[in-house]
Design a protein around this ligand. Structure first.
Ligand code: SF4
Length: 67
């Protein structure tokens, strides 16, 4: 099974869009200044929802790469 690494870069502007698109894996940090992932390694079953979050991000701050 292919695994993917997901992370949020410092370009994040805390717009919350990724959390709306994929609550399963994205949440805001404690002071609401940046999104973070709940799991940094996901399976291919989880890829589609995480990809939606990536695509909706207005500043391309979400990176997904095969691991
Ligand atoms: S969609 Fe992008 S800019 Fe908005 S909170 Fe998520 S990572 Fe940050």
């Amino acid at each position: 099974m292919t695994k993917y690494k997901v992370h949020v870069t410092d370009d994040c502007i805390a717009c919350n869009a990724c959390v709306s698109a994929c609550e399963e894996n994205f949440e805001m940090n404690d002071d609401n200044t940046k999104a973070k992932v709940k799991k940094s390694v996901i399976s291919d079953k989880e890829l589609a929802k995480n990809q939606e979050a990536k695509e909706i991000c207005p500043v391309e701050a979400i990176k997904i790469e095969e691991s």
